[in-house]
Design a protein around this ligand. Structure first.
Ligand code: SF4
Ligand code: SF4
Length: 647
């Protein structure tokens, strides 16, 4: 910072002494030949730039209108724009060093806008920033500070991209190097222009080098990934409301993203905004475990499709540019969408493309077919007879909801049929009874439709969702609570498409709220490493509540990847019900990380996560694997003994 401050002072002092330096005062003595050359170069540069920009704009405008798009409410859009674009908050928060370098380049460009216009205008006698004026005097020095910051930052980013080469950046394009070089030249020529003596050859050369770099830089922007400079502020502002929200279909003829005709303007805008930074790939559990899926390639695949076919084409989207295998490896964990600095929403696209393949019958997968049949015939994803659920409820003496209790306890497929899921339900029931919270369960429940929804089978979701909504309305259900973040998400958000608006929360939220009624241990405490479920953390923004609950009886520690950066267990997006995984199993990768913390217990808050971890612990747990407990089980274990209740 000291260096920058000295640069600033030096530039300011220089401006006072040499107010006629060409760069600062402008090339006011330009000959007619020079003016003609500048005009010709500028016209060519702008024409090439506009040709490409207009083609992109036409592709976006030519795509179909986004049916679910609403600009209101404006408040969150403006706040996001200020944080993500103006302050570059997301870029810096998620990758501090590279993010700060990127932010300096962005802010530097903003600062440079005025001197750049002044620079060109000066050649035609239209200079409006004068070094002799107070503002001009300050501004030229101010921009000099930014020039130093941008030059250092762009050099650092160049080294990272071309020498360090993190694997998630993928193939490095030569244009990136050219662009970085041009930006560096722009900064250096601005700074050198401040120092050369007035009227010297060096000064003139510096002015011209700056001008040539500028006119070469402009057309490269829309022809490369640097198009994001123009598009990403718009993309961030206009992105769909909600996180990883699956947009509703717009009628009986809408099957999802099948051909180019189905691509919406928002999809097209987002596809052209990708800066190829690879943040999505860096955090993707599928990409990190050697699968075909790379979320960046899905976005770039859509962009290439639009470049090749234009808007509204009839060619299938899945095929040459987008791999079907990759699409169906996604766990819908949302890490990509959470990380993307330019507002690209991967999940509406990935699930939209799955919809296009499933709703039109193009996707053929034995496991997927079995899952959909289970939902249709048995009403649950695990394929059990519904009477099994009834027997469990009776054996466990769970009260039936009759609208007099505070909560309807939604069991979900895992809580109804899976032995571990049932243990979590029983533990929660004990804790609620202990805390004096009244609850009841429904006599009948079907799957919420979560796996079918994420896999893109809209008919299967509609069937189970509508049956459940009828049951819940008939039972007069008010507030609901569930042990499963997937059920909470599907009931609370996805069912809105079917007209439902139930109030449902995850048990971690309820338990945290009634925390003072729960047991607390003050003696020797074990360590619990808490795994943030994707559908509770990133999807619902619940991070502190499960930690507060677990923290009543244990010391909570975090694995390397936690909270917003949590690494998926591998079950979501229907993966739990599909076949063998390619590459390393995602649950194994995560369990190794959890076990490496040395904690005595792995704390979970999702029955899917717990099942995935139990499978993986056999391979990664060692001779003395840690215990595996839901936060409800942690609480129940600290309660005084009561007559045993088993599944
Ligand atoms: S949602 Fe998760 S699994 Fe799917 S592409 Fe994004 S990061 Fe990868
Ligand atoms: S989709 Fe977003 S996070 Fe992924 S490479 Fe493109 S800009 Fe980066």
């Amino acid at each position: 910072m000291r260096f920058l401050f000295l640069s600033f002072l030096r530039a300011s002092a220089f401006n006072k002494q040499k107010q006629h330096a060409t760069f600062v005062s402008g090339m006011t003595d330009a000959s007619w030949v020079e003016r003609a050359a500048v005009a010709a170069l500028m016209a060519s540069s702008l024409a090439i730039t506009w040709r490409r920009v207009s083609a992109v704009v036409e592709t976006i405008r030519g795509s179909r209108q986004t049916p679910d798009f609403e600009i209101a409410p404006l408040g969150p859009r403006i706040r996001r724009f200020l944080w993500d674009v103006v302050l570059q908050g997301k870029v810096i928060r998620e990758r501090p060093l590279a993010g700060l370098a990127h932010a300096f380049v962005f802010w530097g460009f903003c600062a440079f806008a005025l001197v750049t216009v002044n620079h060109i205008a000066s050649a035609f006698g239209g200079r409006f920033l004068s070094p002799s004026g107070a503002f001009g005097h300050f501004y030229f020095g101010f921009v000099a500070v930014w020039a130093v910051l941008v030059a250092v930052s762009i050099a650092g980013l160049f080294v990272r991209r071309f020498l360090v080469r993190p694997k998630w950046l993928g193939k490095v394009s030569p244009e990136s190097g050219v662009i970085a070089g041009l930006i560096f030249v722009l900064m250096v020529t601005y700074l050198s222009g401040l120092w050369f003596a007035e009227g010297s050859v060096s000064e003139r050369l510096s002015w011209w080098l700056h001008t040539l770099a500028l006119f070469a830089f402009l057309p490269l922007i829309p022809h490369t990934k640097h198009l994001h400079l123009a598009l990403s502020p718009v993309t961030v502002f206009l992105k769909r409301a909600g996180f990883s929200r699956i947009p509703p279909l717009s009628g009986d003829e809408d099957f999802g993203l099948d051909t180019g005709k189905d691509v919406t303007r928002i999809d097209a805008l987002q596809a052209f905004s990708c800066v190829e930074c690879g943040r999505c790939s860096e955090h993707c559990p599928a990409y990190n475990t050697g699968k075909t899926l790379n979320p960046k390639e899905i976005i770039l695949g859509l962009r290439d499709y639009l470049k090749q076919h234009g808007p509204g084409a009839e060619a299938p989207l899945v095929g040459a540019h987008i791999s079907e295998e990759a699409l169906f490896q996604c766990t819908t964990c949302g890490a990509c969408e959470f990380q993307c600095p330019v507002g690209i929403q991967h999940l509406p696209m990935i699930v939209g493309l799955r919809r296009g393949a499933v709703n039109t019958g193009k996707w053929e997968d034995d496991f997927g077919t079995k899952l959909f049949l289970n939902l249709e015939r048995n009403g649950n994803a695990l394929g059990f007879a519904p009477s099994d659920r009834q027997k469990f409820i009776e054996k466990a003496a769970l009260p039936i909801y009759d609208a007099t209790q505070e909560y309807c306890l939604w069991l979900g497929c895992m809580g109804s049929y899976d032995p571990q899921g049932r243990e979590i339900v029983l533990a929660l029931a004990r804790v609620l009874r202990h805390a004096g919270v009244t609850f009841g369960v429904l006599r009948k429940e079907k799957c919420t439709g979560d796996p079918a929804r994420r896999l893109g089978n809209d008919l299967a979701v509609a069937n189970v969702a509508e049956a459940n909504i009828e049951t819940l309305r008939a039972a007069g259900v008010g507030k609901m609570v569930s042990i499963c973040p997937h059920c909470v998400r599907t009931i609370g958000e996805d069912w809105r498409e079917y007209g439902a608006a139930f109030q449902i929360e995850h048990h971690s939220e309820l338990l945290a709220r009634i925390g003072e009624r729960l047991p607390q241990s003050t003696g020797a405490r074990e360590n619990v490493v808490f795994h943030d479920p994707c559908y509770l953390g990133r999807y619902r923004n619940i991070y502190d509540e499960p930690r507060a609950v677990a923290g009543r009886t244990a010391d909570v520690v975090n694995p390397g990847r936690s909270r917003e950066r949590s690494f998926c267990c591998g079950a979501g997006g229907g993966q739990m019900f599909l076949g063998e995984e390619k590459g390393k199993r995602v649950n194994l990768e995560r369990v190794e990380e959890l076990v490496a913390t040395g904690a005595q217990t792995i704390g979970t808050a999702c029955p899917f996560c717990q099942t995935m971890f139990r499978d993986a612990l056999g391979a990664a747990g060692g001779a003395a694997p840690p215990k595996l407990l839901d936060i409800a089980q942690l609480m129940a274990a600290a309660l005084p003994e009561e007559p045993a209740q088993t599944a």
